[in-house]
Design a protein around this ligand. Structure first.
Ligand SMILES: [Zn+2]
Ligand SMILES: [Zn+2]
Length: 323
């Protein structure tokens, strides 16, 4: 059995300092952007566009790229498309892509059990325990969870063989820097002023990172606490409409834990899943193939039964039909 001791040593002091900067500087930037709305008379279309455009692009970099394409191998794509998704996902400043994928695979393996990097459960009884758990799952785990070389070997041996992923991952700070400088440059060119550049950096850079951070982290905290469970997934994962909408489809988290390989998380027509729509659009353009989804039989076999059990035989070994 895999020994997690090397990770339980925790991150070094230097790494904790980097995490502290990574978590709180975007948060302070987001607060500053909102505070400046009063003296500046609002946010303006340009800065709102930079925020929402950056949220869409880097958010999808996390959901379509880091999560569905690389962590779960839910579909395949041309190398240049993979590179774009990887760079966009890295610009979300949630850790180097290799570490992101390793941590997430470990989360699936040990979901809500001992060793899960960011479960909100088992942090004490009562309201205080619940609050502590939510804080840990949201961002506290960054300060106690380590991703050692042996963790990478254990969870992402396939990805370590991919030169593109290793290269993009090693250039992680560059993608963050570009994600900060590009909106500043757009602000500068669009307004012809340094104030425009500063506001571009603030809204399209720091506030955007903050926004995407807390949406992604809500999948770890809120979507393992609040929402409905439609499938037997052996954990506390939940489907949450709000996280589904803001998280580009990732809020259908109980669906995802039931069928981790599936490129589609919103399994019902009304479960809005932007990432799935993007993958479908990529397929139409010939930019995605080998797309894995669960069969109707597999979905029904795992559905939590609230009425008399259906006669359908269980097919939990289903690993997804490719289309
Ligand atoms: Zn989860
Ligand atoms: Zn996953």
């Amino acid at each position: 059995m895999w020994n997690h001791d090397s990770d339980e040593d925790g991150p070094t002091l230097a790494r904790r300092c980097v995490v502290l900067v990574g978590v709180f500087v975007p948060l302070l930037g987001g607060i500053a952007a909102i505070a400046l709305m009063w003296p500046l008379g609002g946010v303006g279309f340009l800065n709102l566009g930079l925020l929402l455009g950056g949220w869409l692009l880097t958010g999808l970099g996390v959901t379509v790229g880091l999560h569905r394409l690389f962590t779960h191998r839910s579909f395949d794509a041309p190398r240049w498309v993979q590179a774009i998704w990887l760079a966009l996902g890295a610009a979300a400043a949630q850790g180097p892509p290799l570490e992101w994928c390793a941590t997430h695979r470990r989360h699936h393996e040990l979901s809500d059990q001992a060793g899960d990097p960011h479960s909100p459960h088992q942090h004490g009884a009562g309201w205080w325990g619940a609050i502590r758990g939510l804080m840990h799952a949201h961002f506290g785990w960054f300060f106690v969870h380590n991703v050692s070389p042996s963790t990478l070997q254990r969870y992402v041996p396939d990805l370590l063989q991919d030169p593109l992923l290793v290269r993009v991952s090693s250039l992680y700070p560059l993608w963050i820097l570009l994600g900060l400088l590009l909106p500043a440059l757009i602000g500068l060119l669009a307004t012809g002023s340094w104030m425009g550049a500063w506001l571009g950096l603030l809204w399209g850079g720091l506030a955007r990172i903050c926004f995407v951070h807390h949406i992604t982290w809500s999948i770890n905290s809120i979507c393992h606490t609040f929402g409905s469970q439609d499938f037997a997934s052996d954990d506390q994962s939940r489907n949450n409409f709000i996280c589904g909408a803001f998280g580009h489809g990732e809020g259908w988290h109980n669906n995802h834990h039931a069928f981790p390989y599936s490129a589609r998380h919103g399994l019902q027509w009304w479960q809005f899943d932007l990432s799935w729509l993007v993958i479908q659009a990529m397929k139409c353009l010939g930019l995605a193939w080998s797309i894995r989804t669960p069969s109707a039989k597999a979905i029904e076999a795992r559905r939590l039964v609230r009425e008399p059990a259906p006669l359908a035989s269980a097919d939990t070994a289903d690993t997804g039909a490719r289309s």
